[in-house]
Design a protein around this ligand. Structure first.
Ligand code: NI
Length: 248
């Protein structure tokens, strides 16, 4: 299931983000590529702890948490911190499937020195809090308008063939993390984007698609003034399917 979110960020937010991204300190994207992807990946990224990336990442995450279409389609359990890339001068990223898991730093206790005896302090220093999250869903947010660059299309292979995605700045595409995808060479201008993953309550894309279809149908029935008991029954089925398929 591939969906686009046309109204994720406001025009003012897009303008502020672009300004910040243009002045940011970009590094070679190959630094974070796995041993297979390193030969395919040719772009620049923001370091994971870059404050500009963190700030814009928070803005994106908050917008997604408020967005009814994303909530309904993705059923997010955890949204991983957004990352940022920049392509220009023929840079591209060949066909690949993203890693299944990423380790994300967690929140450490406020003051472990006060709460823990010396032995466990040492353990804590050796293994900082972090968690392993599954990349069920991929999202790309575009920060350049299509007329600002040539190439730079996100090509996604799904059940129905190849999808070519190139959206206006501030819009997002959401697609299964299991998809083979690539970014074609940017031959003019600069393409700024954000990409990240979501661990869903429902890991299977087909099941998520069924739940979304049912959710949309229920909303339409409510809007059309359908019989309340029938709507309530269908809503119950939705929640029972979710209970059956959801994982923590
Ligand atoms: Ni990728």
């Amino acid at each position: 299931m591939l969906i686009t979110i046309p109204d994720l960020l406001s025009a003012e937010h897009i303008r502020q983000c672009r300004q910040a991204l243009e002045s940011a300190d970009w590094t070679d994207g190959r630094a974070t590529a796995g041993h297979v992807a390193v030969d395919l990946k040719n772009n620049r990224q923001l370091a994971l702890d870059n404050p500009i990336g963190r700030q814009i990442g928070d803005l994106i995450t908050q917008a997604l948490r408020r967005h009814p279409v994303f909530q309904s389609a993705a059923l997010p359990a955890h949204i991983l911190p957004p990352r940022f890339n920049r392509y220009e001068g023929g840079e591209h990223y060949g066909f690949h499937i993203d890693n299944a898991f990423f380790r994300v730093p967690g929140v450490a206790p406020a003051d472990p020195a006060q709460a823990r005896p010396a032995a466990s302090q040492a353990m804590h220093a050796a293994a900082p809090a972090s968690c392993l999250l599954r990349t069920d869903i991929s999202t790309t947010v575009f920060f350049s308008d299509p007329d600002e660059y040539d190439g730079g299309e996100l090509i996604i292979q799904d059940t129905y063939g190849e999808q070519r995605v190139k959206l206006p700045a501030g819009q997002a595409v959401v697609y299964p993390g299991t998809s083979l995808h690539r970014v074609t060479p940017v031959t003019r201008g600069v393409r700024y984007g954000s990409f990240f993953w979501t661990q869903s309550l429902v890991r299977d894309d087909g099941r998520r698609a069924l739940l979304l279809q049912q959710d949309v149908a229920i909303q339409r029935l409510i809007q059309s003034g359908a019989d309340a008991d029938t709507v309530s029954q269908l809503t119950g089925v939705y929640h029972n399917l979710l209970r059956l398929w959801a994982e923590p």
